[in-house]
Design a protein around this ligand. Structure first.
Ligand code: HEM
Length: 436
């Protein structure tokens, strides 16, 4: 399809609708533009698996992560390639080992309870703000042993500024280098400085205390490579910032979308509340309780089907090549694989717009074709925090349902704002109901 048609459709109906429109055509025939770059949409699970898993060495990440997120993420593992990526991923992996992630459950549970208890009974809250604060607090405490709750709003708005910057640059026909003096560049540079102060502050404090707290920050500071060399402060900063941002932005969106869907589906909300109260009463949820709370996890997964926080994954071939059955991709063109499109495809999810957590029940989930559902990407670059995120989502949803009911206030339908991640296009205002 002509890329102009995509641009026209996107202007009329929005970017997400245009991606869906492209995705329903024959696989590999969808042409779009990502800024000045031509791109091809691959819209079958087989093609996604081919690119992300089987032929991963033939591609690098697209410009949004590799180039335009650099002021924020530096050369951390989300944006780096090759040997640096391999070495550093191995370095941070122990922080995400199953045993360690299970120890994070108590922190997640305590912070979720603290958040709910601060909500005024009968009052109205912005759920997106609450979830951003909570998930930032959790990532700060679990990975950096830092209390970020007080500064959460300021940090959140700086990160939003930089995500907007990266999105605008990615979509621009003529990206403006960050050094150039424009109002957006000034704001972006200022935001990087402020966030650096927070991260370098944490690094300095930890170096001064010389304490091994066994968390991610200590792991980065104590790491030694094969030659005995340690990471520079800048490398520690890049990895810390990457995990700090990647570790809360997506989960803030995923939990907000989940609670939005619960507010719109009171029957499911009631069922969850009953399951949680029957299994654990009103006490804090622990890691051992999680198998007794399957509905919370099913709801979280189904919400990420309908509103995948990472709604598009982009790759760039290292040379001219062919994928699938003769789909030609030239060096310099991009490949887009879109969770938003595949997760809503009726071939894989009948009646796709219906919110139905039972799609992820133990009997049904194995029937979903591989890579028709891929909220965490796939292959070597699969999300390192996927287990962390699933547990966090399950604990937050169960805790909220245990504590109160939720009802939408104001505009009932919230739409997706497709920046680098899929954010809600407003504050998502909700009334906090019965706490009995
Ligand atoms: C619902 C929550 C989350 C979603 C939907 C999500 C999604 C993703 C996706 C799709 C990728 C792959 C991107 C690509 O291949 O281009 C990714 C990578 C990554 N994610 Fe997540 N993520 C989530 C939570 C987290 C958490 C909690 C952490 C850390 C605490 C995290 C850290 C990372 C990192 C470091 C990478 C880069 C991995 C690499 O390239 O080796 N994410 N995530």
């Amino acid at each position: 399809m002509n890329t102009l048609l995509f641009i026209g459709y996107a202007l009329l109906h929005g970017r997400l609708a245009a991606l869906e429109f492209l995705g329903r055509r024959s696989p590999g025939s969808g042409r779009l533009r990502i800024g000045a770059r031509r791109a091809i949409l691959l819209s079958t699970p087989e093609l996604v698996e081919e690119v992300l898993v089987q032929r991963t060495d033939e591609f690098q990440k697209g410009p949004a992560l590799r180039v335009y997120s650099r002021p924020l993420l530096g050369n951390g593992i989300l944006s780096s390639e090759g040997e640096t990526h391999r070495k550093h991923r191995r370095l941070v992996a122990p922080a995400f080992a199953h045993q360690r992630v299970s120890r994070y459950a108590d922190v997640m549970s305590a912070m979720a309870r603290q958040t709910c208890h601060a909500w005024p009974a009968g009052g109205v809250i912005s759920m997106h703000r609450e979830m951003t604060r909570l998930t930032l607090g959790i990532v700060g405490r679990t990975l950096f042993d830092a209390d970020l709750l007080q500064d959460a709003d300021a940090i959140g708005s700086r990160i939003t500024e930089l995500i907007r910057y990266a999105t605008d640059q990615t979509r621009s026909f003529r990206p403006v280098p960050l050094e150039k003096d424009t109002p957006q560049n000034r704001r972006a540079r200022e935001s990087v400085e402020k966030l650096n102060q927070t991260i370098y502050g944490m690094i300095e404090q930890r170096r001064a205390s010389a304490e091994d707290k066994g968390d991610l920050l200590s792991m980065l500071l104590l790491a030694r490579d094969e030659e005995g060399g340690s990471l520079s402060d800048e490398q520690v900063r890049d990895e810390a910032m990457t995990l700090f941002v990647a570790g809360h932005e997506t989960t803030a969106n995923a939990t907000t979308w989940s609670l939005y869907l619960l507010a719109r589906n009171p029957d499911v909300q009631r069922a969850l509340r009953e399951q949680v109260r029957a299994a654990v009463g009103m006490r804090a949820i622990t890691f051992a309780d999680l198998p007794k709370l399957p509905l919370a996890l099913e709801i979280f997964k189904e919400s990420m089907r309908l509103y995948p926080p990472a709604y598009i994954v982009v790759r760039e071939p290292l040379k001219d090549l062919e994928v699938g059955d003769g789909i030609k991709v030239k060096k310099g063109e991009l490949i887009a694989m879109c969770e938003w499109v595949l997760h809503r495809d009726p071939r894989y999810f009948p009646d796709p717009l219906r919110f139905d957590p039972s799609r992820f029940s133990p009997e049904n989930e194995p029937k979903i074709p591989r890579y028709a559902y891929f909220p965490f990407g796939g292959g070597r670059r699969i999300c390192i925090g996927n287990q962390f995120a699933l547990m966090e989502g399950q604990i937050i949803l169960a805790t909220v349902a245990q504590y109160c009911t939720l009802e939408m206030v104001g505009p009932k339908a919230v739409h997706g704002d497709p920046l680098m991640t899929l954010r809600p296009d407003g504050a998502v205002m909700m009334r906090v109901g019965s706490q009995q």
